[in-house]
Structure formats: C-alpha cells, structure tokens
Design a protein around this ligand. Structure first.
Ligand code: 13P
Ligand code: SF4
Length: 378
C-alpha cells in the first residue's frame, strides 16, 4: 500500500476549532463544486454528523458493492476505516472500470489515516505466510482454502487471491466458507476467530475441528500436528476489541429485567454471547431486523455504540438498549469527524488531495481476485 500525501493547500489544525455548522456549510460548498464526481461513503459506525454528510451509509459489503459499481464518480471520501478505503480503491479501479473511464482512476481518501482496525492489525502478512509455510510441513496446503474477513490488509487479500481463496464480510461468511469447502476439505479463516467460529459452528463443525492458530506461539501456532491433521477450520487468534466486551452476564441481565426482550448481536461477538442471542447479523442486517420489527419491540443490541444510539433515535416506537453497561465504541472509526472530512474535501477541491489510499498494482490485482469472489457469493 502506498499513501500519497501531496503538499496540502490547507493545514488540518484550523479546521479543528470550527463549529459543526461552519464545517457543514463548507462541506456542502465542495459538494456543489464537485457534483456527481464526489461520493461520500459512511460506515454505520460513524458518528451522526458524518453519517448526515454521507451519500450512502452501509455495512462493509454494501459499501464495497457501491465502490465497485461507481460510474460517474472520480473521488470517494471514505468515512470508515483503512481496510475499507483500500477495498474501495481496488474495486473502483478495476482494470475494466479504468478502461471504461479512458484510463482515469478514482481517488479514494480516508479523512484520517489513523483510522485503522485493531482486528485487521492482528494478522500481518509475514505472520500469515509463516503460518502457511509451517502448515505445509504437516498438512496438504493444496487442500486448504484461505478465507479472509474483509477486515484485513490488502496484502492478506492478495495472499488469499493467490492461494485460491475468498474474502468474506460478516454478511456472507457462511456462503464464503461453503464456497471454500466446495473446493477443499479444509479452510483457514483469518483474522477474526469469533466470526469464523460462530459461522462454522452453525455449519455443524465441532470445536475440536477448529483449532486456533496463535501467531506468537513457538511452533505450529501452539497446536500439535495431530490436532492440525484432524482440523476442518483453522482459526486465527484475532478478535475485535469492541465486540469482545459484550459478555454472557449482560445477556442475563437484560433477560432478567425485560422478559421477552430480543438479543441481537454482531457475529464478531464471542461465542458465549453469540450462542445466547436470538438474532445476529452484519450491521446492515441488524438495522433491517429492527426496521422490520413491530412497534413496541424490545431489543438489547450488541454492536458498536454509535449505531445502537442511532437506531434508538430513528426508532422511538421500539425500545432499544445497548447490550453492555460499559461503553463499547470503535475508537478508530470515531477518528473521522467533520473537521477531517472538511479538510480532506477542501484540499481535494483545491487540487492538493490529502490522505489518498492507493493499493499497489500487484497487491490490487490479487486482492481483486478474492474480492470478486466475495461479491459473487451471498
Ligand atoms: P459490517 O460488515 O457488519 O458492517 O462490520 C464491519 C465491522 O468492522 C464490524 O466491526
Ligand atoms: Fe475493527 Fe472492531 Fe472497529 Fe470493526 S468495530 S472496525 S472490527 S476494531
């Protein structure tokens, strides 16, 4: 990945002291100037002010699809985290799309480069390659399909593309694992052990067949050769620090206090919580389930705080609770604010773009192989 930062016409600091009203008016002015050339994408975990500026809010799958389908637009301001902007760059700049635009690329901008994902950071490409090398000593890696959650660096997606694998999101993890099992008898899933485990348990794969690979263990990811030989799904020892805060006792607390309440969680939650839940789904699916519920429904929702608070505001006819007494918010998503967005857009309009995310050609080529498979399975 290369990050191009040209000398900006405007420095960030002054934007931080502007009021939201002023920032909103200035963002609107850039929108008017750039028209349909500009698309602002916002992930559901973004703060309300940022969502209000987004042309489309969505889960990882929908936002990837939108980037892939973009026609008029030449600039995407991605209000989300780093792996999402990388994915948008790869999909919006597919060779066929670039040819359709007579060689013009779409610039993808992440308003704050520090908006990463701690889960994605738990699997580095050299750790994955090392694991694969070690595995090839004890099992047949030609009979092993790598599946990476979209919450991973482009280099991992490229690894997966090169090795006949697929990317998944939380909305199509099961379909992706089924796709992999149609090809090989074993799957390696990274970086989120919880999404991998929760999905595979639903496919009747038992715990003993799902060893966890610890990249910091001395040998074989902390497993014996026998355990690896008997495995069906190898899970990577990664997790989301936000979703792992939800605990079974929180579920018990809500069920005691509100008999009949529905527990709705994101599949990044640990198994103990996931198995107690009534419903689960990607951020997009969580919203759909709430939207479809009758007035008076009671929910305790286990996903990022900003999304749950927005659901509360948008659905006063329902009773919505946050499934934890402690604040579980994605601190990196929260880095994107109106000041960073306005700064990014004004520099873009001035011809000195900042925070451009551009994946190198070779990585993009192989990532695309795995991402196109993701977009085909549902
Ligand atoms: P979704 O694909 O469900 O939007 O999830 C993204 C994410 O990072 C959840 O933590
Ligand atoms: Fe990553 Fe968790 Fe934040 Fe999602 S909520 S972007 S998985 S750290």
């Amino acid at each position: 990945m290369t990050t191009a930062t040209l000398s900006p016409k405007f420095e960030l600091q002054p934007y931080k002291s502007l009021e939201n009203d002023a920032l909103e008016a200035r963002i609107q002015a850039v929108r008017e100037q750039l028209g349909s050339q500009l698309m602002i994408l916002g992930h559901h975990y973004q703060q309300d002010e940022v969502i209000a500026q987004s042309d489309l809010r969505g889960d990882s799958y929908l936002l990837s699809q939108r980037a892939a389908d973009s026609t008029d637009c030449r600039h995407i301001a991605f209000c989300g985290v780093h792996f999402m902007a990388e994915t948008a760059d790869i999909l919006a700049n597919r060779p066929d799309k670039v040819a359709e635009r007579d060689g013009e690329r779409v610039g993808v901008y992440l308003p704050d480069l520090a908006a990463g994902c701690s889960m994605a950071d738990m699997a580095a490409i050299d750790q994955i390659e090392d694991a694969w090398d070690q595995l090839s000593e004890v099992i047949d890696t030609d009979d092993l399909t790598p599946v990476t959650y979209i919450n991973s660096a482009a280099s991992l997606k490229a690894f997966v593309g090169r090795h006949g694998g697929i990317v998944c999101t939380s909305s199509n993890a099961r379909a992706a694992i089924e796709w992999a099992f149609a090809r090989t008898s074993r799957v390696m899933f990274f970086p989120d052990q919880h999404l991998g485990r929760n999905t595979a348990l639903g496919m009747d794969i038992t715990d003993e067949k799902m060893p966890v690979w610890d990249p910091f263990a001395d040998d074989l990811g902390g497993n014996t050769e026998e355990v690896l030989t008997q495995s069906k799904v190898l899970l990577w020892k990664g997790h989301c620090s936000v979703h792992q805060m939800f605990r079974p006792e929180h579920v018990a607390l809500f069920r005691d206090k509100y008999p009949g309440i529905k527990i709705l969680v994101h599949p990044e939650c640990p198994r103990e919580v996931f198995e107690l839940a009534d419903e689960y789904g990607s951020t997009g699916k969580i919203i759909q389930q709430v939207e479809a519920a009758p007035p008076g429904s009671q929910w305790a929702i286990g996903t990022e705080l900003h999304l749950v608070n927005r659901l509360k505001q948008e659905h006063p006819e329902q009773e919505i609770h946050f499934l934890s007494p402690v604040v579980c918010m994605c601190a990196t998503m929260y880095r994107i604010d109106l000041a960073h967005l306005c700064w990014t857009l004004e520099n873009l309009a001035a011809g000195t773009p900042v925070n451009m995310i551009e994946v190198d050609e070779e990585t993009a080529k192989w990532s695309l192989v795995a991402l196109e498979r993701m977009l085909e399975v549902r």
